[in-house]
Design a protein around this ligand. Structure first.
Ligand code: NAD
Length: 400
């Protein structure tokens, strides 16, 4: 009988037959999720001949949940992710004016998924706007719970904004607000704990995957206490918790992970000029948002960029397509399922089921190299053969 993944003595325990909850997703989710599950099931049966398998458990969120239960994010869904630890989701419509800022944010906050993990690599055959996309091979650890993204802000012209302004001017003696009466305000909390758990995860990842460096990307030159704090606490953590396994630039690496830092604007420039200098990247929430999308664009766009939101401490993780519901192409059998499929590869790796994960990655490499892809990618390939969503899934399965 299939069981839940659990965490024991700080280790993830993955039974051979596991229950994985999934949210189908809205819009193109209805097309890409079935293809993703088919590819994963086939890869598992080829890699493990029935000794390891997933029992998929559908849980509701988004439009489907609202239609069937009147609730955008039912409590049963949250319970399933709490109980089974690891799950996967398609894209969800953001409800407008329903009191929920975003379903994704609600899931991340409730489960305290503090790492937004985005690996970025190029697949041969995919047309890229840069000359050497093969040099882009990075894993972004974006802090997911703090920063200006925490949603602490006050609208211009409200009594709250006025009150906050009075606090700043009267009690904190702030003098340099250029247009005080017409300003909206936002607060940027960045903590020692928030930084440390993110940077610790990034270093552990680099060590586990034998990667050469972790780069702390920040704007500490301007925001000295928040972004500067991130840099300072990141270095201090590496020195305190990983003294024998990390080193600083300039010293002999000897298999140690080099910890370095770079200012965010220089980093964005360098990703175009010298992407090979970066491997694992640890950064704050807002920087991470920009960086992830730029890097995704450099290797072929959002249709192919996978992602996950993870709490490495408790083990909870939700793997997800990074794009939205793409309403304009929904129901037309043209959506690219690669983002979700590569997210499922990340999920299998997280579970330690590497053989199945590698099979899917290799099948993706071979399929794209032959110019077989959904229209979003095929239209740019010189010999591209556009395939529908389902047909692309079949092509992948042939290559497994
Ligand atoms: P989007 O990602 O849905 O679409 C942006 C562009 O990319 C569109 O041109 C779309 O056709 C294309 N695209 C996206 N996914 C594709 C795929 N798999 N294959 C081929 N082309 C693809 O972003 P949007 O239009 O800003 O948002 C639409 C809805 O999705 C909104 O309700 C938004 O809130 C939601 N959204 C959800 C998530 C999520 O659940 N993680 C993320 C972003 C947006």
């Amino acid at each position: 009988m299939a069981e839940a993944i659990r965490k024991e003595n700080e280790q993830l325990v993955v039974p051979d037959h596991v229950v994985i909850p999934f949210i189908e997703g809205d819009g193109v989710g209805r097309e890409i999720m079935p293809v993703c599950r088919q590819v994963v099931d086939k890869a598992l049966s080829m890699a493990y001949h029935g000794d390891r398998a997933i029992e998929w458990k559908e849980v509701l969120a988004g439009e489907k949940a609202f239609r069937e239960t009147g609730d955008w994010l039912p409590e049963e869904t949250m319970d399933a992710f709490r109980r089974y630890l690891v799950g996967i989701k398609g894209p969800l419509t953001t409800p407008v004016g329903e009191g929920i800022r975003s379903l994704n944010v609600a899931l991340r906050q409730t489960l305290d998924l503090y790492v937004c993990l985005r690996p970025v690599r190029w697949f041969k055959g995919v047309v890229s706007p840069v000359k050497h996309p093969e040099k882009v091979d990075m894993v972004i650890f974006r802090e997911n719970t703090e920063d200006i993204y925490a949603g602490i802000e006050w609208k211009q012209g409200t009594p709250e904004a006025q009150k906050f302004l009075r606090f700043l001017t009267d009690e904190m003696h702030v003098k340099n607000i250029r247009f005080p009466e017409s300003s909206a305000f936002g607060v940027k909390p960045v903590s020692v704990e928030g930084t440390e758990r993110l940077v610790r995860s990034a270093i552990e990842y680099a060590l586990a995957h034998k990667l050469p460096s972790v780069t702390l990307v920040h704007k500490g030159n301007i925001m000295k206490f928040t972004e500067g704090g991130f840099k300072q606490w990141g270095y201090a953590l590496a020195e305190r918790e990983f003294p024998d396994r990390t080193t600083l630039p300039g010293a002999e690496a000897n298999g140690k992970v080099v910890i370095k830092d770079v200012i965010a604007d220089a980093f964005l420039q360098n990703t175009l000029l010298v992407p090979e200098e970066y491997s694992v990247v640890a950064t704050l929430n807002l920087n991470g948002d920009y960086i992830s999308d730029q890097l995704a664009a450099m290797v072929g766009g959002i249709g192919i960029a996978p992602g996950a939101n993870i709490n490495y401490t408790g083990g909870h993780a939700i793997f997800e397509a990074t794009h939205g519901t793409a309403p304009a192409i929904a129901g037309k059998n043209v959506a690219n399922p690669s983002s979700l499929i590569l997210s499922s590869v990340m999920m299998l790796e997280y579970m330690g089921w590497h053989e199945a994960a590698n099979r899917i990655t290799r099948a993706m490499e071979r399929t794209l190299e032959k110019g077989r892809a959904t229209p979003d990618l095929a239209r740019f390939m010189p010999e591209g053969e556009p395939l529908g969503t389902a047909q692309f899934g079949e092509a992948l399965i042939q290559e497994l």
